[in-house]
Write a protein that binds this ligand. Structure first.
Ligand SMILES: CC(C)(COP(=O)(O)OP(=O)(O)OC[C@H]1O[C@@H](n2cnc3c(N)ncnc32)[C@H](O)[C@@H]1OP(=O)(O)O)[C@@H](O)C(=O)NCCC(=O)NCCS
Length: 371
């Protein structure tokens, strides 16, 4: 990508060798604003292993970190990630952006955005999106100036110093895509299976079972964002599960049919809390059941367990939500048919998932419920 030279600073792509200085710059910027991570959180939670992750991002093109440098000092940064599955790879999410306090209002943010847009186009990607606090006037001014538009609002998206704050979801389409290629689907009623189903927590050694479940699910349900080829291989899934089931903010429940070697997963509920301290009251949840087992109450039971989890959760310390505002939330993705009945409200539409040869589909990305 081109280097952007702007008066007295330069914008360029960060390399792993920049990481020690970049870590310090991000940590300092977090201290200088209320709109990014809580001070101290970045170094504790995100800095470990960042150089390796950045190396991989740069090698695979799955994201980019840009830095603004003046006199050898990093004065601003922007980190962005491509969507995790093939259909969302062209959606670039700007995860965080910040400028040192004394440099704000001098065009650094605008230069970082021009550079990420260049990078995004060079990837062949078609869309930029981000979340921003509705009270962040300077951020909003910058994003609007760069052509991003507000597409939705996340109520209580963050808890800042004991105050609930809403977020806007903003986005910019970088190139037009065609009409959705969604064909009407004949889904049938399920009711094919009669065998007994039991419910249990997912175990670290379930990688092969979970993989088989996901491949069957995605093969028979083409409107989900992921496709069978997105499913991780068994070694990668085993590694992810070994780490994931130990995560305190993660919950997995499976519906299982058969016994011993014949055991099969036929339903799965997953909920994961947001990692950031200011957003830990949000849990992203999904519930899926194989079609043969529809209409047996399995999805209802799985969703109810996720709800119990949400209702029982309290925001992690040191949050002190204002009185009367104890609202851990669950956002349910892909919960076809379930959320409305379970009191979930649609969170947002139109996230520009591409299908097939670059077609765009209008989808709901989430449903949210307060507890
Ligand atoms: C938001 C942020 C990244 C913007 O970067 P920046 O370098 O200050 O932005 P720029 O100087 O390029 O200004 C971009 C636009 O913001 C607006 N802006 C600048 N100063 C402003 C101010 N004091 N108040 C409101 N808007 C302002 C202007 O529209 C400006 O464009 P213009 O100069 O052509 O009129 C930066 O201010 C920052 O780090 N803030 C704290 C962290 C943060 O909020 N991050 C974003 C979280 S989503």
């Amino acid at each position: 990508m081109r280097k952007v030279k702007q008066n007295d600073f330069t914008v360029r792509r960060a390399a792993p060798a920049d990481v020690p200085t970049l870590d310090q710059a991000i940590a300092r910027i977090d201290e200088e604003t209320e709109f990014l991570a809580k001070p101290g959180e970045y170094l504790r939670r995100w800095a470990p292993g960042f150089a390796e992750r950045l190396k991989e991002l740069n090698a695979k093109g799955t994201g980019a970190y840009l830095i603004a440098v003046a006199g050898g000092e990093i004065i601003g940064f922007l980190g962005a990630y491509a969507g995790p599955v093939a259909r969302t790879r062209g959606v670039i999410y700007i995860a965080h952006v910040g400028v040192r306090e004394r440099w704000r209002g001098r065009g650094v943010g605008a230069a970082l955005f021009a550079a990420i847009e260049d990078w995004t186009r060079a990837q062949g990607a078609w869309r930029l999106d981000l979340r921003v606090d509705t009270k962040n006037g300077r951020g909003l001014a910058l994003y609007k100036k760069r052509g991003l538009a507000v597409e939705g609002r996340i109520v209580d998206g963050a808890c800042r110093e004991g105050v609930w704050c809403d977020h806007f979801l903003m986005a910019k389409a970088l190139r037009p895509l065609g009409e959705p290629a969604w064909e009407p689907l004949e889904l049938g009623s399920g009711e094919g299976a009669r065998e007994a189903v039991t419910f249990r927590r997912l175990r670290a050694e379930d990688a092969a079972l979970l993989r088989a479940f996901q491949r069957t699910l995605l093969g028979e349900t083409p409107f989900l964002l992921a496709q069978p080829q997105d499913v991780a291989d068994e070694a990668a899934m085993a590694k992810a599960l070994a780490e994931g089931v130990k995560e305190p903010g993660r919950f997995d429940l499976v519906a299982v049919a058969g016994h011993g070697d014949g055991e099969r997963i036929v339903g799965h509920a997953n909920a994961e809390r947001e990692a950031g301290i200011r957003m830990q009251h949000n849990a992203y949840a999904s519930t899926h059941v194989l079609r043969d087992h529809w209409r047996r109450g399995i999805g209802r039971r799985l969703a109810a367990e996720v709800e119990n989890l949400g209702a029982g959760a309290t925001p992690a310390p040191p949050h002190r939500p204002p009185p009367g505002a104890q609202h851990p939330r669950a956002a349910l993705r892909d919960g076809m048919g379930l959320p409305a009945g379970a009191g979930f409200a649609a969170l947002r539409g139109d996230r520009g998932a591409g299908r097939g040869s670059g077609k765009v589909g209008e989808i709901f990305v989430g449903w949210a419920k307060r507890f």
